[in-house]
Design a protein around this ligand. Structure first.
Ligand SMILES: Nc1ncnc2c1ncn2[C@@H]1O[C@H](COP(=O)(O)OP(=O)(O)OP(=O)(O)O)[C@@H](O)[C@H]1O
Ligand SMILES: [Mg+2]
Length: 258
């Protein structure tokens, strides 16, 4: 079966301000990344801050073009000018929950937008209410704008929007980070259930290894712009081979009781 995503030799470089106002220095955010995401295998992408996770997602989503290499979605090369089926089949939750939502639109209209753009059959108003309820918000809030919500609430609304059209793939950059631990547990379960019910494949960046293990079959570990380890999440966490994976596992805070 054709892989959902396939990255081949992908590199991405930025220039950033240097030690003098007129100097720009190159920074390599991703370097020679080969990564295959088989259809039907949920993938967690983990790695330290600055390791290139969000950059990898922007390239996967064809929001940016790589400086080298190719990104394929279901076998077709995708670029910002030619994203092919990506925009239709992939729901996205950005790292900053605010940026997934148009500040001028009532949140109900934001959730409804993908249903309208993709001409999804059915009662859109009812679907919006059902999604708000599913993410633990009162459907009555649909008329309010994003500014009237907390960060965690906006993140839940962004999730509702991303899942509205039952996308084939849900790509999320830390989609659970802004919510309190209790709500997070419920949301993680909910997203897992919704994804299973609609056959949606998950591709999630997360700092939380527990979430990676709970929701995803596979994990890819990024370190300084390279994929240093991939494999089934249980096997990788039980027997890590890369230093970066060991460091992530060692950093998990353990709660001791008694
Ligand atoms: N638009 C940009 N311009 C300049 N540098 C960038 C840009 N985007 C990313 N970088 C740099 O690329 C590297 C990877 O950044 P990226 O945001 O992908 O990391 P990340 O793994 O998502 O980190 P975090 O866990 O903190 O979100 C960093 O060194 C970052 O400073
Ligand atoms: Mg990031």
């Amino acid at each position: 079966m054709t892989a959902t995503f396939a990255l081949d030799g992908v590199a991405r470089r930025y220039t950033v301000p240097g030690d003098r106002p007129w100097r720009r220095v190159p920074r390599t955010a991703l370097d020679g990344v080969d990564l295959t995401v088989p259809a039907g295998r949920d993938l967690a992408i983990v790695g330290a801050s600055g390791s290139g996770k969000s950059t990898l997602l922007r390239l996967l989503l064809a929001l940016e073009a790589p400086d080298a290499g190719t990104v394929r979605f279901r076998g077709d090369v995708v670029t910002p000018r030619n994203p092919g089926a990506l925009r239709r089949d992939v729901g996205v939750v950005a790292q900053d929950p605010g940026s997934s939502l148009d500040p001028r639109l009532p949140v109900g209209a934001s959730i409804r937008e993908p249903l309208e753009c993709l001409a999804v059959p059915g009662d859109h108003g009812a679907r919006v209410a059902e999604l708000l309820d599913a993410v633990g918000l009162d459907p009555g809030v649909a008329d309010r704008r994003p500014a009237g919500f907390s960060g965690g609430e906006r993140q839940r609304i962004a999730l509702a929007r991303a899942l509205a059209a039952r996308p084939a793939v849900l790509v999320g950059d830390e989609p659970f980070s802004a919510v309190d631990p209790t709500t997070r547990g419920r949301l993680v379960t909910l997203v897992g259930d919704l994804a299973r019910a609609s056959g949606t494949q998950l591709l999630l960046v997360t700092h939380d290894l527990g979430i990676a293990q709970r929701l995803c079959a596979d994990v890819a570990v990024l370190d300084a712009g390279r994929v240093v380890e991939t494999g089934p999440v249980d096997a990788v966490f039980a027997r890590p081979t890369a230093d970066a994976t060991r460091a992530l596992l060692d950093a998990v805070l353990r709660v001791s009781v008694g």
